[in-house]
Design a protein around this ligand. Structure first.
Ligand SMILES: [Ca+2]
Length: 198
C-alpha cells in the first residue's frame, strides 16, 4: 500500500514536470515566432563628426548617429543628437524625432527618407524609429541612452516578420518564470524518485 502511494506521488510530480516542460517549450516557440530581434551595440557616440553605424550588423552602413554639443549649434543645451541619412546607399528611413514607450513604429509613422535631423535628447532612453535597413524592409527602433553628458547607442530592435513594432523598454521577453517553475518541479520529481528507489 505504501509502495502504491509512492508510485502515485512519483507520477504526480513527473506529470507536473512534463506539463511544465511543455509550457516552457511552448513559450520558447512563441518567442521564436515573435520575430523580435535585439542587436546590442553599447557604442559611445562621439561629439564630433558623422560616424557611420551598421545598425543591423550585416557589414553595410545604414545611418549616421552622433552626439551634438552646443558648440556646433549654439543652442546652449548640449543635448542634441545628430542623425543623418546622407552618404548611405541603403534606403534606410528614420522617424522624425524620437518616439515614446508604447508608440507603434509602422507605416503610419512620419518617415524621413533623406537629409538629417537634430532632435533633443531626454535623460534616459530615447527611441529612434528605423525602417528598411540594408537587410530589408523591417520596422524597428534604435535605443539611445543619454545620461546628461554622454550618449550611447544601446541597441537596435526590429521585427523580422515585417510587422510594425511597439517601442518597449523590455526588449527581451524572459521565460524565466516558467523555466524556474519547471526546474523546481523536475527537482521535486527527482527527489521523489530517489526516495522511492531507496
Ligand atoms: Ca547594415
Amino acid at each position: 500500500m505504501v509502495k502504491l502511494r509512492e508510485y502515485q506521488m512519483k507520477h504526480k510530480f513527473l506529470n507536473a514536470a512534463l506539463i511544465s516542460l511543455a509550457i516552457v517549450a511552448g513559450s520558447l516557440a512563441n518567442l521564436a515566432n515573435a520575430g523580435i530581434i535585439v542587436i546590442n551595440h553599447n557604442e559611445l557616440l562621439p561629439s564630433r563628426g558623422e560616424p557611420d553605424i551598421d545598425i543591423d550588423l550585416d557589414g553595410i552602413y545604414d545611418i549616421s548617429i552622433a552626439e551634438r554639443y552646443n558648440r556646433h549649434d549654439g543652442d546652449g543645451a548640449g543635448n542634441l543628437s545628430w542623425i543623418s541619412l546622407y552618404n548611405h546607399r541603403t534606403p534606410t528611413e528614420t522617424v522624425s524625432g524620437f518616439s515614446s514607450l508604447g508608440d507603434i513604429i509602422d507605416h503610419n509613422s512620419v518617415w524621413l527618407t533623406s537629409g538629417y535631423q537634430t532632435p533633443a535628447m531626454s535623460i534616459g532612453n530615447n527611441y529612434l524609429g528605423i525602417f528598411n535597413t540594408s537587410i530589408g524592409g523591417f520596422y524597428g527602433y534604435a535605443t539611445i541612452n543619454y545620461d546628461g553628458t554622454d550618449m550611447v547607442l544601446a541597441s537596435y530592435t526590429y521585427d523580422d516578420t515585417g510587422a510594425g513594432i511597439e517601442v518597449n523598454n523590455v526588449d527581451v521577453p524572459e521565460p524565466s518564470t516558467f523555466a524556474i517553475f519547471a526546474l523546481g518541479m523536475i527537482g521535486l520529481a527527482s527527489r521523489r524518485m530517489n526516495k522511492s528507489f531507496k
